[in-house]
Design a protein around this ligand. Structure first.
Ligand SMILES: Cc1cc2nc3c(=O)[nH]c(=O)nc-3n(C[C@H](O)[C@H](O)[C@H](O)COP(=O)(O)O)c2cc1C
Length: 418
């Protein structure tokens, strides 16, 4: 079931921020009034032809265009931002073009199986939902909408410490346990509380994000905030801004309110591998670090007894490394040598990207921004359609390449560097 956007509400909201929007520049260059341009776009008649319902989407980027047009610019900017000049966001995407697919012909692919076995569980798809904090800034249903949308293709959901719905509610909405992403700070007792609560809710895997500990410089985010007329520096004045990254949001979010109060989750420059060792002792289930981009840190993960490696650069929004996670993957796969599973995210937008990551040795992939675009555009039906498109594209690539199962993807020589 899908729902069309309420165009008049969107229009009012949009016009409030119009002065600062890129559409204003477009309107001026075309000679149309900005309102005409918006009307044409949202009704899908002419102009840029924005989709007005999820069914119209041809690929996941259709949702990015709608999200940019209808979301509060500060919120969209928070999704879009990378670090510094956003070069690492672009590198994540460009990285995939450095690898090519070698399809095999005349294989019977009338039946394929996209399921994977991970940590002793069979999962319907290798496409996961990466953790993203504060999803109510995209839609009032936030993580609940995302969880419900993940049911159809059995996408594994990784819930952020910064979630705007509790893990108990999200697990109920998903109808299955979710993985929990832990933002550590210097206090082991805070991490212990969060881990124990997540594990009590059934989370089989804890992924501790370590790529943001020294802080970060997200310039696009800062610039977009300033485009809101009257913006004072505090975005969370409105209830819809529960998800915003400003002020004392942690005191109001369900996972962090009890544990963290005013602390900033995920940022603490003094944390080191000894902290990892201590957290390892707390986690009863599977434990991995999210944010590994070097073979050295993958090897240390194994040395410290972790159960997997999550290759990520936070979608290019932590350290400005200038290279894509997919480029980092082969050396990490070599270092890990099949001893533990590898999850990867960063720039995955296409079925071909999923296929390339698996062929290069990842066990599963996560997507971040695409489902947030879906959520910001159309709520739950938007997320559902994004996941549907990725699954459909991926299944098609498997067939085109001549593989019928996920293990066969890594076993063959289907992907090489260009
Ligand atoms: C708006 C937004 C919020 C995010 N919040 C978190 C978070 O709370 N914890 C975390 O570990 N990663 C967070 N991430 C990073 C994602 O988990 C993931 O690493 C990244 O989005 C993957 O890249 P992609 O967006 O290109 O798919 C966030 C990303 C975005 C875009």
């Amino acid at each position: 079931m899908t729902k069309a956007r309420n165009v008049s509400t969107d229009r009012r909201e949009f016009l409030k921020f119009l002065a600062a929007s890129p559409l204003m520049a477009m309107a001026m260059s075309t000679g149309w009034s900005a309102e005409d341009l918006l009307g044409a776009e949202l009704q899908g008649t002419q102009g840029a032809g924005l989709i007005t319902s999820p069914e119209q989407a041809i690929n996941v980027f259709d949702f990015e265009d709608v999200a940019r047009a209808v979301m509060n610019p500060a919120h969209f900017g928070h999704i879009a931002t990378g670090s510094d000049d956003d070069a690492t966001v672009a590198a994540n995407r460009d990285g995939f073009s450095k690898y090519v697919i070698h399809p095999r012909r005349l294989v019977n692919v009338s039946k394929i199986d996209t399921s994977i076995e991970l940590f002793g569980k069979r999962l319907g798809t290798p496409i996961f939902l990466a953790p993203a904090g504060g999803q109510m800034f995209c839609n009032p249903e936030g993580e609940i909408a995302t969880a419900k949308a993940a049911v159809a293709h059995d996408n594994t959901m990784i819930l952020s410490t910064g979630t705007t719905s509790s893990i108990e509610d999200v697990t109920a909405a998903r109808g299955a346990p979710v993985w929990f992403q832990l933002y550590p700070n210097g206090s082991l007792s805070v991490s212990r509380k969060l881990i124990q609560r997540a594990e009590a809710a059934g989370a089989p895997v804890i992924a501790m994000t370590v790529d943001q500990l020294p802080g970060r410089n997200t310039e696009t985010d800062q610039r977009m905030r300033r485009t809101i007329p009257g913006y004072t520096g505090v975005r969370e004045k409105s209830p819809a801004c529960l998800g915003c990254h400003a002020g004392n949001r942690n005191a109001r979010r369900p996972m962090t309110s009890a544990a963290l109060s005013g602390d900033r989750p995920g940022e603490d420059a003094k944390l080191d591998w000894d902290f990892v060792r201590q957290v390892r002792d707390v986690v009863k289930g599977k434990f991995m670090l999210k944010g590994v981009v070097t073979p050295e840190d993958a090897e240390l993960s194994l040395k410290y007894g972790l159960d997997g490696v999550y290759v990520s650069n936070h979608g290019g929004r932590s350290a400005a490394t200038g290279y894509g996670t997919i480029e980092a993957l082969p050396a990490i796969v070599k270092a890990v040598a099949g001893r533990v599973p590898i999850v990867i995210d960063g720039g995955i937008r296409r079925g071909t990207d999923v296929f390339k990551a698996l062929a290069l040795g990842a066990s599963a992939v996560s997507v971040g921004r695409p489902y947030l675009w879906g959520l910001g555009s159309f709520g739950q039906p938007g997320v559902a359609k994004v996941l549907d498109i990725l699954q459909r594209e991926f299944a098609l690539v498997m067939k085109q390449a001549g593989v019928t199962s996920i293990p066969a993807i890594a076993a063959g020589r289907y992907v090489t560097a260009r």
